[in-house]
Design a protein around this ligand. Structure first.
Ligand code: PEP
Ligand code: MG
Length: 587
């Protein structure tokens, strides 16, 4: 049994499907004489495909983002054309009988060693470029070689170093019941994807890819953070039982899907879903979400083979709107930078503090054409939603100042005018700000005049308020949503919005955590947006507590001056109010 971090609740037993990145687990197979020609041909095929990709990318990024940003793909193509690069790979295939994947791995190892001796940042960045090219070739090779996932028996448990957006695309509709990753944290891609699909997941299981191979039986326990490879019959049957219980409980809770979330004293609460794409929007519907409170559009870009243009974005938004008929859909503009980067946007721009730097809305402002494309697509989607009886809202991430909000309003006005001139149906949607930066929390009363709604991105707000990186386990004891400082700020922001009659939602992970949920409810919050997996439990909890109880609980909790006291007190109260609650909870 291996122990990791429980990042998405539930238990699953299935067949392992290992995603081997060539950098993680090199292919050690040696080729037979008769296989060499075919291997060379496959390498050439992958290389040709990579050239095609790079040329298409260059053209599209040039048209949509800018000449300067597109130049990176010309650099990548020159790496691909570099004679020693290809000669080395071919020589290793022919003389050492390595597979093309193994030769690429060796090539990368050589370059890494060579470049590790340099202090020159420019050269170090070139190493990243070489890695990008190698990854592209490798992806095409695995297109040729990838075992068909549907040929494997039973539900799949995906095992990877980290689940990348490209993997999610590659897995398509495969029957994935669990996810295990070597890297990762509560807010990593894998965790977010698993929770939004309601799939049990465990992260941070170092070296698991060396212990498990595709086809092995594997158990994921997303409540305890355990992973068991090739369990004995007893363990397997015990976990099958737990898995059935988990399904039953999920079904039982999801039975309340069509009922509104109502407190014990009859106050209706909105439970919305955070999604990354259309598949999540369907899950959200099944789990009983009353709308989409946060559509993180960066996945649209991260999973696109090049850059999604206006029509492609519009299509993606329409699909989400169709998956949430008659509901509200909050579309957040691109939030890239920090931990999520794209090769054509700021990847080679070195920053000492990326999370405090050129990310999110700050980056969008500097690519006006590119940003405008997304806004136009959202405005057109808003018109589509209106025709279908739903509603789109436009949300801007990481707002720091009032000036930013005013500038955004003017950008939206201009986009409306442009669309009117182009004769394209559009609607000007309500414009909201994400409250993630302490400066915006302090000045929230000034900001409210320039926005129609507020959505609190507590994952970021907590990390900035506590000066503790949300993905760094060394400081996770500080990065806590139940810290007294966080609670006081949240309570003040909720009060400010309620007094000004501005709708406010919390859409960070804390919204779906029972302890934080009851406190936020007691502070006056009525809109919560969370990973779909948590909606049934939170709906159930809502029915066990009255507003008066939640208010008393929040008032008392805010008198404590340490995190430990807050947690202990809320735990006691929760176990009294809803004794069966922890079953689906990972927190
Ligand atoms: C947040 O910061 O809380 C949030 C919802 O946005 P993200 O997790 O995408 O940064
Ligand atoms: Mg955020």
């Amino acid at each position: 049994m291996r122990k990791g971090i429980a990042v998405s609740p539930g238990v699953a037993v299935g067949t392992a499907y290992c995603i081997h990145e060539i950098f993680v687990n090199p292919d050690t197979k040696r080729l037979e004489d008769r296989e060499i020609t075919a291997e060379l041909a496959q390498y050439e095929y992958a290389r040709d495909k990579t050239t095609e990709d790079l040329r298409a990318l260059q053209k599209k990024v040039e048209a949509q983002v800018g000449h300067e940003q597109a130049a990176i793909f010309a650099v990548h193509e020159s790496i691909l054309r570099d004679a020693p690069f290809t000669k080395k790979v071919r020589d290793w295939i022919v003389n050492e009988r390595m597979t093309a994947q193994a030769a690429l791995h060796q090539l990368m190892a050589e370059y890494t060693q060579l470049f590790s001796r340099t202090k020159d940042e420019y050269l170090r960045d070139r190493l990243n470029d070489i890695r990008d090219v190698v990854v592209r070739i490798s992806a095409h090779l695995s297109d040729v070689l990838r075992p068909e996932t549907h040929a494997l028996p039973g539900p799949l448990i995906v095992v990877a170093d980290e689940l990348l957006p490209s993997h999610v695309v590659a897995l398509g509709d495969a029957d994935v019941h669990g996810i295990v990753t070597q890297a990762g944290s509560q807010t990593s891609h894998a965790a977010i994807i698993a929770r939004s699909r309601g799939i049990p997941a465990v992260s941070g299981v170092a070296g698991i890819l060396r212990q498990v191979k595709t086809g092995d039986t594997i158990i994921v326990d997303g409540r305890e953070g355990h992973v068991i490879v090739n369990p004995d019959a007893e363990a397997k049957s015990a976990y099958h039982k737990l898995e059935r219980e988990f399904f039953n409980l999920k079904d039982q809770l999801a039975e309340n899907r069509d009922r509104p979330a109502v407190t014990a004293d009859g106050v209706e609460i909105q439970l919305l879903a955070n999604i990354n794409g259309v598949a999540d929007a369907h899950t959200a519907g099944r789990m009983g979400a009353t709308g989409i409170g946060l559509f993180r559009t960066e996945y649209l870009y991260l999973t696109h083979s090049d850059v999604p243009d206006e029509e492609e974005q519009l299509e993606a938004y329409r699909k989400v709107i169709d998956a949430a008929p008659g509901r509200e859909v909050v579309i957040r503009t691109l939030d890239i930078g920090g931990d999520k980067t794209m090769v054509y946007l700021g990847r080679n721009f070195r920053e000492a503090n990326p999370f405090m730097g050129w990310r999110s809305i700050r980056l969008s402002f500097e690519h006006p054409e590119f940003f405008n494309t997304q806004i136009r697509a959202v405005l057109r989607a808003a018109s589509y939603a209106k025709r279908k009886g739903g509603k789109v809202k436009l949300l801007f991430p990481m707002i720091t100042t009032l000036e930013e909000l005013r500038r955004l309003r003017s950008i939206v006005r201009k986009a409306c005018k442009q669309l009117a001139d182009d004769g394209k149906p559009h609607v000007k949607p309500p414009v909201g700000m994400m409250l993630e930066v302490p400066a915006a929390a302090v000045t929230i009363r000034d900001m409210l005049g320039s926005c129609d709604f507020v959505s609190v991105g507590s994952n970021d707000l907590v990390q900035y308020l506590m000066a503790a990186d949300r993905d760094n386990p060394k400081v996770s004891h500080l990065c806590q949503p139940l810290a007294p400082a966080v609670l006081r700020v949240l309570s003040d922001v909720i009060r400010a919005c309620n007094e000004a009659n501005r709708p406010i939602t919390v859409c960070g992970e804390m919204a779906g955590q029972p302890r934080a949920f009851v406190l936020l409810l007691g502070m006056g919050l009525r809109n919560f947006s969370m990973s779909a997996a948590f909606i049934p439990t939170i709906k159930d909890l809502t029915g066990h507590i009255s507003i008066a109880q939640a208010e008393a609980l929040a008032r008392r909790a805010m008198e404590f001056s340490t995190i430990v006291q807050v947690k202990r007190y809320v735990d006691e109260q929760l176990s009294r109010l809803a004794p069966n609650l922890t079953v689906l909870d990972t927190a």
